[in-house]
Structures are given as structure tokens and as C-alpha cells.
Ligand binder design. Structure first.
Ligand SMILES: Cc1cc2nc3c(=O)[nH]c(=O)nc-3n(C[C@H](O)[C@H](O)[C@H](O)COP(=O)(O)OP(=O)(O)OC[C@H]3O[C@@H](n4cnc5c(N)ncnc54)[C@H](O)[C@@H]3O)c2cc1C
Length: 380
């Protein structure tokens, strides 16, 4: 869909589209079947400036706005949900948290390595026992002079095993209210007591790395603390607000990609002596998907634009994420239906898009959580 994009944003969209088609699309199916995170793509993403999208140039980043970030994630998702999730979570969560709340020394060290692709970033909020109720976490950080001792387990962490470091949220104050007693820390891989257990086998986004992280008496200096003591959860909410725009963009890309495949197939596949695209039933599926995805795009780019303008966008980001993710799943499901039995096979990428799109209804706050956020704003 076309918006009033700047020349720079249009150029970015074209170059990311070409990159995704040349470097990701030909391999996405194999990576998915192998359930393997393709480390070989990391230097290519870095050289395109896609691992430091929001990071200032002084740290080696591309210093782009939220609209450009959304455009990038959307274009990658048109061909591969896994790589879109990788780019979205690396830029928005792990590095986003350091960009927003890190010290100068932390930015110098971690943002530079993140932008160059030397270290991918992970972000550990979710735990086996706390997902939607993220502040109900059990991981603890106990202060011991100038050091902190972290214990606990984090679940479903993207780039958990392939990342170079993880921003981890831990309860630092047991007497404060749930949301007020959490602190963020940066923990590097190789720190004694910090381990990532394998990769989880998933319905979709199978070549995105998802791991369980264990922290056993992990000792970090106070210099690894990210943001104010006991303020980590409040900061986290701000990270998630922006992250939701990127998941909306991922959903959009997956939906548009599936729609393109369905249009091509509808023109080519013949039944009853004519292309199936001539049947009204097929035309309506294509038309409904186009309307819903364009509506989702308007919501998504409105939220990104508001963020770029420095205006309130929390409710709008939740609306975009909610609508785009559910519209994407519907569009991918219809696109698979247009492909008939062939769509149900792995010969066609449309089934991968449907599996990948479902994640967008769950990650960074489920659809139910988005409805809670929107309703809270309405009733405030
Ligand atoms: C592939 C993948 C990648 C992920 N990456 C990361 C990551 O990098 N970092 C990270 O920290 N987390 C990550 N997550 C975790 C993700 O954010 C959580 O899965 C999500 O927030 C939901 O939490 P949960 O799975 O514990 O579900 P639950 O919170 O247990 O929810 C189960 C169901 O109950 C519903 N529910 C819960 N509370 C309410 C309520 N109050 N009202 C109505 N319905 C409710 C939910 O909507 C859902 O339908 C990832 C997850 C996946 C699958």
C-alpha cells in the first residue's frame, strides 16, 4: 500500500524488498524445514543497516524513524516471518531497551556490536509462569554491594541461544508493588551461571531462534544494570509500545505476501475450463483480504507516524497490532484456501505464512492483552 512516504523511506522500502527477495526468499523454505537459525544471514542484514535501524550513526546504526523500521519489517515479512521476527526483536526489544535507557558506556559497547551484527540482542521478560501477567515474574536480582545476583528462568526468548547478550528483567524489590520492584540488566553470553537451553520446536517462525534461558547465581556488576533500580517494568512497557508497531508490520508483510501468492495462483490455476480467479468465490476472498490488509496498514502507519511525531501512540499501537495480526491470519488462511490442496503442502510458501502469522496474535502481548490496553484507554 502506498503512503505519503519521504523519498528516503521509499528508497529504503525498495532496497529492503530487493534484498529480501534476493537473499532471504530463496532460502526461507529450507530454513523453516531445517528449523535452523541461519547465522549466515547476519552479516548481510548488518551490511544493509538492518541490525541498527533505530541506533544512532555515532554507534554505527542507521538512525531511522519508526516508519522506516515498520517498512523494513513489513518488507522482510513478505517473504519470511522468521527473519522479520529476528529483525523486529533485535532492533525493538534488546537494543531498543539499551537505546532508550542505557548509559553512554552501555550504548558504546552494546549498540555498536548490535549494529555491526557481532552480537544479536535478546530480551527476556516472559517466564514459564508469567506471560500476559509479565510483572508476576519469579526471577530475582539481589543486591550484594556493587554486584547483583540473578536467579530464575526466562521462556520463549527470541535470539535466546544465538544472541550475544540478553536484557533480562528481574524482581529486585519484594516489598514494592508488582510493577514497581523490577530492574533490567544486561547479561552477556559466557557469564557463569547463564545458559540457554536448546531451541523450542514451534508451529511457525521456525528459523527464528526461541530459547529458554536459565540464570543460576549469575553475578553482574552494577554497571550492567539498565535504567533505574526498580524501574525496569515501567521502562519495559514503553519498549513494548514500540515493539507492537513492529509486530503489526510483520503481520502486514505476511498477509500481503500471502495475498500476492493467492493472486498469482488464482490467475494460473484452471478448473472447469477457466482460471479459478474468474470464480466470484475466489474473487471475494482476494477482495476481502485486500480491504482488511490495507485497513491494517493504515492503523500501523498511523501508529508509527504518531511515534515519529512524538505524540501519544500507545492505544494506536495496540489497535494496529490487534487488527493487523488477526487480519493477517485471516488473509493467510484465505490465501491457503485459494491454493486448495496444493496450499496444504510444503511445496507452496503460503502454509508457512499462515503458521508464521499466528505468532503475531501472541507475541508482545496477545490479542486479549491488546483489547485490555485499548479498553483501558477508552475507560480512563
Ligand atoms: C515465538 C515466540 C517468541 C517470543 N519472543 C519473546 C521474547 O523475545 N521475549 C519475551 O520476553 N517473550 C517472548 N515471547 C513470549 C510472548 O510474549 C508470550 O508468549 C505472550 O506474552 C503470552 O504469554 P503466555 O504464552 O504465557 O500466555 P498466557 O499469558 O498464559 O495466556 C494464555 C491465554 O490466556 C489469555 N489471557 C491471559 N490473561 C488474560 C486476561 N487477563 N484476560 C483475558 N485473557 C487472558 C491470553 O490472551 C492467552 O490467550 C515469545 C513467544 C513466542 C511464541
Amino acid at each position: 500500500m502506498n503512503f505519503d512516504l519521504s523519498e528516503q523511506q521509499q528508497l529504503l522500502r525498495t532496497s529492503v524488498r530487493e534484498f529480501a527477495r534476493a537473499e532471504i526468499a530463496p532460502h526461507a523454505g529450507a530454513w523453516d524445514r531445517e528449523e535452523r537459525f541461519p547465522k549466515e544471514i547476519v552479516p548481510k542484514l548488518a551490511s544493509m543497516g538492518l541490525l541498527g535501524i533505530r541506533i544512532p550513526e555515532v554507534y554505527g546504526g542507521s538512525e531511522m524513524d519508526m516508519t522506516s523500521y515498520a517498512l523494513t519489517v513489513e518488507e522482510i515479512a513478505r517473504v519470511d516471518g522468521s527473519m522479520a521476527l529476528t529483525v523486529a526483536s533485535h532492533n525493538g526489544l534488546g537494543t531498543g531497551h539499551i537505546l532508550a535507557f542505557g548509559t553512554e558506556a552501555q550504548k558504546q559497547k552494546y549498540l555498536t556490536k548490535a549494529a555491526s551484527g557481532e552480537w544479536l540482542a535478546a530480551w527476556g521478560l516472559t517466564e514459564p509462569g508469567s506471560g500476559s501477567d509479565a510483572a508476576g515474574m519469579a526471577t530475582t536480582a539481589v543486591r550484594d554491594g556493587d554486584r547483583w545476583v540473578i536467579n530464575g528462568t526466562k521462556m520463549f526468548i527470541t535470539q535466546g541461544s544465538v544472541g550475544g547478550f540478553c536484557v533480562v528483567l528481574a524482581r529486585s524489590n519484594t516489598t514494592a508493588s508488582k510493577q514497581r520492584g523490577i530492574t533490567a540488566f544486561i547479561v552477556e553470553h559466557g557469564t557463569p551461571g547463564f545458559s540457554a537451553s536448546g531451541h523450542l520446536r514451534k508451529l511457525g517462525c521456525r528459523s527464528s531462534d526461541t530459547a529458554e534461558l536459565v540464570f543460576e547465581d549469575v553475578v553482574v556488576g552494577d554497571g550492567q544494570r539498565l535504567g533505574e533500580v526498580d524501574h525496569g517494568f515501567i521502562d519495559t512497557l514503553k519498549i513494548l509500545d514500540r515493539g507492537r508497531i513492529s509486530i503489526a508490520a510483520m503481520a502486514l508483510g505476511l498477509g500481503y505476501g500471502a495475498l500476492e501468492m493467492a493472486i498469482a495462483y488464482a490467475k494460473e490455476r484452471k478448473q472447469f475450463g477457466k482460471a479459478i480467479g474468474e470464480f466470484q468465490a475466489i474473487q471475494w476472498m482476494l477482495a476481502d483480504s485486500k480491504v482488511e490488509l490495507d485497513a491494517a496498514a493504515l492503523l500501523t502507519y498511523r501508529a508509527a507516524w504518531l511515534a515519529d511525531e512524538g505524540r501519544p501512540f500507545i492505544q494506536e499501537a495496540s489497535m494496529a497490532k490487534l487488527f493487523a495480526s488477526e487480519a493477517s491470519t485471516r488473509a493467510c488462511n484465505k490465501a491457503l484456501q485459494v491454493h486448495g490442496g496444493y496450499g496444504y503442502t510444503r511445496e507452496f510458501a503460503v502454509e508457512r505464512h499462515l503458521r508464521d502469522a499466528k505468532l503475531c496474535e501472541i507475541g508482545e502481548g496477545t490479542s486479549e492483552v491488546q483489547r485490555m490496553v485499548i479498553a483501558k484507554h477508552l475507560l480512563a
